[in-house]
Design a binder for this molecule. Structure first.
Ligand code: AMP
Length: 378
């Protein structure tokens, strides 16, 4: 079913095609009509499913349909997200879909870790506000934003927000919103933790659950090498050079390790930057921009920010270390082979981790050939 089957404004349809989207993804096909009808929605879907556009398209369309404009500092749409990266990414999608509309619809991302003053100024005339909970409350307490006119509330990656301990802040925010509103809740999983939020937020929601994208995952080729900890550095360099990789996302288990791996690569002439929670926002944004544009060959990242990294057709992901949870493994390898492109995810595994690796692969219902790197010349 093409996008034109939905009752969408022609300029939004044009923006959808400018983004290169030909057909709606599963979540888009199901969620767009529900959101257009003004109903509450509980969407169980992961990043990579196209969930952003599944709410951004109908929200923008509804805004075009209602001629009422936002008053100063009174956004009509509030999207809560767990991380700065996701906030910035969502605004990118909203902006791309808002090009050349009959009137401007301004969207803005606000998040902590950067100075608050420019955000206070930028809030003027914003209709769609994408925010991390803590910074939103700071702005509200400073009277920089008034949430009493919000018509649609979106919670994106709600499970992650709860894992990061934002529950109290979310509940405080709910109290600042009008009772009468549309609520859209997206989560990668349905956890017990989510129950409390679901009850406060949703009336009688339409539930859409997108099965694990077996097809998309099947496009990701998995490869593994047994490598001892001491040999991982040289082995990583060997892999990148031998396979002539030019856009590689490497995962480590800690920020400190990410810094070390990136430094070592740099010293060996492979341009790399690390990105993790302890880096300044400026450094994170620059690293991501350079990596996305292809200027930077290797980005070394931790799990905390892996969900926020959205890069079309990323060819390679390398697990320098295995993550503790199978879920993180799925998220990591999901950074490659997205949107119909083939990808390769390579894991460097120590012998001691063999059992852990088996647990992960069993959960994923996947098989991975393991190659012993010991005899290989690096
Ligand atoms: P999301 O799950 O929202 O993070 O989207 C995952 C990726 O899929 C992003 O790179 C989008 O640009 C892309 N995408 C979203 N919808 C479509 C579509 N209908 N056709 C092709 N690509 C899409």
């Amino acid at each position: 079913m093409p996008f034109s089957k939905f009752q969408l404004h022609p300029s939004i349809l044009r923006n959808i095609s400018a983004l290169g989207y030909e057909l709606p993804t599963a979540i888009q096909a199901q969620a767009i009509p529900v959101v257009l009808a003004g109903k509450d929605l509980l969407g169980i879907a992961k990043t990579g499913s196209g969930k952003t556009a599944s709410f951004a398209i109908p929200i923008l369309n509804q805004m075009l349909a209602s001629p009422e404009r936002s008053r100063n500092r009174q956004p009509k749409v509030l999207v809560l997200v767990p991380t700065r990266e996701l906030a910035a990414q969502l605004v990118e999608v909203f902006s791309a879909l808002s090009q050349s509309l009959p009137w401007d619809i301004k969207s803005l991302a606000v998040y902590g870790g950067v100075s608050i003053n420019p955000q206070m100024k930028a809030l003027y005339g914003v209709e769609i506000l994408v925010a991390t909970p803590g910074r939103l409350l700071d702005l509200q307490r400073s009277n920089a934003v008034d949430l009493s006119k919000v018509k649609t509330l979106v919670l994106d990656e709600a499970d992650k927000m709860l894992n990061l301990g934002f529950k109290a802040e979310m509940q405080e925010i709910f109290k600042l919103l009008p009772q009468q509103r549309q609520n859209l809740l997206f989560s990668a999983t349905l956890s017990k933790q989510l129950d409390g939020i679901k009850e406060v937020m949703l009336g009688d929601p339409v539930v859409i659950e997108i099965e694990e994208q077996v097809e998309a995952e099947a496009q990701i080729n998995l490869a593994g090498y047994f490598v001892s900890d001491e040999r991982k550095g040289p082995f990583l360099r060997h892999l990148i050079q031998d396979k002539d990789m030019h856009q590689v996302l490497v995962f480590t288990s800690s920020g400190r390790k990410a810094d070390r791996v990136a430094n070592k690569l740099g010293k060996n002439g492979i341009e790399a930057l690390a990105i993790h929670g302890k880096k300044s926002q400026g450094a994170r944004t620059t690293a991501l921009r350079k990596f996305k544009s292809g200027e930077l060959r290797v980005l070394v990242a931790t799990d905390l920010i892996s969900r926020g990294i959205d890069i079309d057709k990323l060819p390679y992901v390398i697990n320098y270390e295995l993550p503790r949870s199978p879920k993180d493994f799925v998220h990591r390898v999901g950074r490659t082979g997205r949107a119909d492109a083939q990808g390769l995810a390579i894991s460097l595994v120590t012998r001691e981790e063999t059992h852990h690796l088996k647990v992960i692969l069993k959960k994923m219902k996947r098989y991975m050939d393991m190659v012993d790197s010991e005899g290989m010349e690096l």
